[in-house]
Structures are given as C-alpha cells and as structure tokens.
Design a protein around this ligand. Structure first.
Ligand SMILES: [Zn+2]
Length: 188
C-alpha cells in the first residue's frame, strides 16, 4: 500500500519514516477543571487530515498508529496504575469506535481499558459549532465504570467541555479521574 502521508510504498498505512518524523509527539498539558489536566501529543493542525479519517473505515488503522506513537510512549514511561476510560466509545457506521482504539493502545501491566462505561445520552455534533452551542447542548455523559483511579481518553480537546463533563460524571459515581489523554489539542 502507499503511505497516506508521503505516498511512498509502505507496509503500513503510515510509513515508518513519517511515523518517526511527523508523528513524533510534542506533549502539552492543559488545565481542565480542579486538579484535572489533559495531556495532548499533537497540535490539531499537524494531524488534522489523519484525524478526519475517523469518518472512514481506514480510520481504525490510522487511530491505532496515532495512539501507538503517542499514548504508547506515555504508558510505557509513566508506570501508572489506572483504568482507561474512552469517551463515548459507541461503534459508528464503519464498524469501530475511534476512542476505543485509543484506549486499547494504552493496555499494559498497569493500565486496563474499560469499554462502554462513559456514554453520551445526547448525540450532538460539535464540529464547527460555536462555544454558545456547546454550552447549551451538553452531551449528557453517564459513567458506569469502576471506582478507583481512571484515565479518560478522547481524540481531540477543543473547549475542554466534554472532558469537564466526563470528569464530573465519573467523580459523582465514585471514580477518581487522574488525567485525560487526548491525541490533539485544537485550542486556537
Ligand atoms: Zn510516509
């Protein structure tokens, strides 16, 4: 196949060279609420086209590669023990849930993914909508995962409202959100 980024022949959807250069993470930390922070690994614009593949079947491969290059590093080096909770990992029309793929990439000795534990009651599409719209249309996240330390996982942080909602949803059910991991920060 051809590398999606540079179009050279490659054994993977993104060639090794592009993974080592374009997908080298530049970690950033953003305050969400109380003592809860989101750690992101790419600027949104840097990987926007790759993120958009989540609306196609190929996105399952791309999200796996993105997570391996960013979250994977985090999981190996931090030595955390926590449950990993993907945000609204409902399977979409192409047969996968992109946030579940991200959570799975974190699976390791201390990190245990728990699927289908943080779902949104309302299906709202925030892409391109103003903050006013986001504020008046909460996703209604409901947590039914384990109590204890959790890492919340999503692909993009924009305003931080979803992660804030996730934090409180989990906390009111007795879980302790220690951080959020996202691929990209889309802050302007
Ligand atoms: Zn390439």
């Amino acid at each position: 196949m051809r590398c999606l980024v540079c179009q050279r022949w490659s054994q993977s959807h993104i060639c090794k060279r592009c993974q080592e250069t374009l997908l080298r993470p530049t970690p950033q930390k953003r305050h969400i609420v109380e003592d809860f922070y989101a750690y992101s690994f790419y600027g949104y614009e840097e990987i926007e086209e790759l993120l958009l593949t989540k609306h196609t079947y190929i996105g399952s491969f791309i999200y796996h590669i993105l997570a391996k290059n960013s979250f994977g590093f985090f999981a190996r080096h931090l030595g955390l023990e926590a449950f990993v909770i993907p945000v609204d990992d409902r399977i979409k029309k192409h047969g996968y849930a992109h946030t579940a793929i991200l959570a799975r990439a974190l699976k390791s000795k201390g990190l245990r993914p728990c699927y289908n534990t943080l779902w949104a009651r309302n299906e709202v599409h925030y892409a391109g909508k103003p903050l006013r719209y986001r504020l008046s249309h909460p996703r209604g996240l409901e947590y039914r995962g384990p109590k204890g330390d959790i890492l919340i996982v999503d692909d993009i942080v924009t305003t931080g409202l979803t992660l804030k909602e996730a934090y409180y949803a989990a906390k009111t059910k007795g879980a302790s959100p220690i951080a959020a991991l996202v691929l990209a920060d889309a802050r302007n």
